[in-house]
Design a protein around this ligand. Structure first.
Ligand code: PA5
Length: 453
């Protein structure tokens, strides 16, 4: 079976001056062990729900997917952050490149998919111009049920649907909190199918809940296999997770303040975006649980190999030594294309070479080049990109991130730092209850023309 490998050769003291020694691995591993213990205690108490998602009952998701199958040309997913990035990663990894441009037959009868996340009018208008209400199914996702971007985008989509179909009820599914929020009330009032996000499953940890699984199932993705991959991450124990955490903790403590994720596959580009939210929002914390100011966290950076060899590697090798790089390698790329004959004799060395083979050689070359310039890197490998390996990657990082956070006594599950800007925006939109925030904002947001050219 397609096993996820974690290779830290080029982060070890044996290969990299300043790399992690066996002694440091033990010390940092013990810290990670403390973090894991806290996480498992929280999971046992029902406070953290993502580990148990591998045991969820998928019957209602599968039922809706089979009822809807073949009836729609387009699926719109309205959500943002943790309610959008997971399905984007799934689509990017598992559907063919340029999927939406394929005809319905080549799509296996499944709809095209559009993710309405940003409230950029050009994006939402563009999506609606591609779709027609009678052949569009919409899944609206918001754990809190109150996120302004999702509320705004879905209001536009809902209006468009209402104007285009007699009965909206067969066109919408809702994913939200089991009890709270306006979205829940909307689903109940309109008798819409509604799926729960358990209160113990945070937004950025929700890809393996209905948030990612319902849209994935609507697109024909094998969600059992996705969960099987996720479950197998811990089936053999936690050693790999703890080792990975120990390596990350070591370099964070050494002041490596940027954590680069560099998959060598365009199919994992959106996965890298998903990772950035998980890492950034979970680990970037001012205070510990006990109130000590620590300003914890490192900055996640998404790149893609080989593209960013022509963009970022110069900086990684010769700029500040503040980065740790995590590569993701894919042993066997789907649809391998072999170069039969080069278009010019100057490229004859490429003859007989597969494009995937070239990509993997470039990955090794970049690993070596970073090593020679003193940049630590680790490498995760999957055999192929499929539901199973993607499930593994999701779950592996979903463990690593909170274990690191809890080992440092910060709360990896909240996001107090995002509230202030949200509240100012509510104030500007004259939302009831945010009058004081509006005044506060107006007091702060003063700019002088002296500084504007
Ligand atoms: O991780 C989180 O909780 C957040 O990033 C949310 O995913 C994001 O803010 C969207 O929230 P909601 O699903 O409540 O609309």
């Amino acid at each position: 079976m397609n096993k996820l490998l974690f290779d830290y050769n080029f982060a070890s003291e044996e290969r990299l001056p300043g790399g992690i020694s066996r002694k440091a691995l033990k010390i940092c591993g013990d810290k990670a062990g403390e973090g894991l213990k806290k996480l498992r205690d929280m999971a046992e108490k029902g406070l953290v729900g993502f580990p148990d998602l591998v045991n969820q009952d998928l019957s209602s998701i599968k039922k809706l997917a089979s009822e809807v199958r073949g009836r729609f040309d387009d699926l719109i997913v309205a959500g943002i952050g943790g309610s959008a990035l997971g399905i984007e990663a799934v689509v990017n990894a598992l559907l063919p490149y340029g999927y939406n441009a394929l005809g319905k037959d080549l799509r296996g009868g499944f709809p095209r998919i559009w993710v309405a996340d940003n409230t950029d009018p050009s994006k939402i208008s563009g999506i609606l111009e591609h779709c027609s209400p009678e052949s569009t199914f919409t899944v609206v996702i918001s754990k809190s049920g109150s996120t302004v971007e999702t509320a705004a985008n879905f209001s536009v989509i809902f209006e468009w649907l209402k104007n285009g179909v007699k009965d909206i009820s067969g066109h919408i599914a809702v994913i939200t909190d089991p009890e709270k929020g306006n979205l829940r009330a909307f689903a109940n009032d309109n008798g819409l199918p509604v799926f729960d996000i358990a209160p113990s499953v945070g937004g950025r940890f929700s890809v393996l809940s209905p948030v990612g699984l319902l849209p994935a199932a609507l697109m024909g993705v094998d969600i059992d296999k996705l969960l099987k991959g996720a479950a197998d991450v811990t089936a053999g124990g936690y050693d790999k997770i703890l080792t990975a955490c120990a390596v990350y903790i070591y370099f964070m403590e050494k002041g490596r303040s940027i954590n680069v994720l560099m998959p060598y596959s365009s199919r994992l580009e959106k996965f890298a975006e998903w990772f950035c939210q998980l890492w950034g929002e979970s680990l970037g914390k001012k205070n510990t649980y006990s109130g000590k100011t620590v300003r914890f966290g490192t900055t996640p950076l998404r790149t893609v190999g080989a593209i960013d060899q022509h963009s970022q590697i110069q900086l990684f090798r010769e700029g500040p030594l503040d980065k740790t790089v995590t590569f993701i390698g894919v042993k066997s790329h789907s649809a391998e294309k072999t170069i039969k004959g080069a278009f010019h004799k100057g490229f004859s060395y490429l003859e007989g070479v597969g494009l995937g083979e070239l990509l993997n050689s470039e990955l090794k070359a970049t690993e070596a080049a970073l090593l020679t310039s003193g940049v630590p890197s680790v490498r995760m490998d999957v055999d192929v990109i499929d539901e199973y390996s993607l499930g593994q990657l999701f779950m592996f990082f979903q463990y690593i991130v909170p274990v690191i956070g809890l080992s440092a006594d910060i709360n990896p599950f909240d996001q107090p730092g995002v509230e202030e800007a949200k509240e100012y925006a509510y104030g500007m939109m004259d939302r009831k209850g945010f009058e004081a925030k509006k005044s506060q904002f107006e007091e702060i947001y003063k700019k002088s023309d002296d500084f504007v050219l």
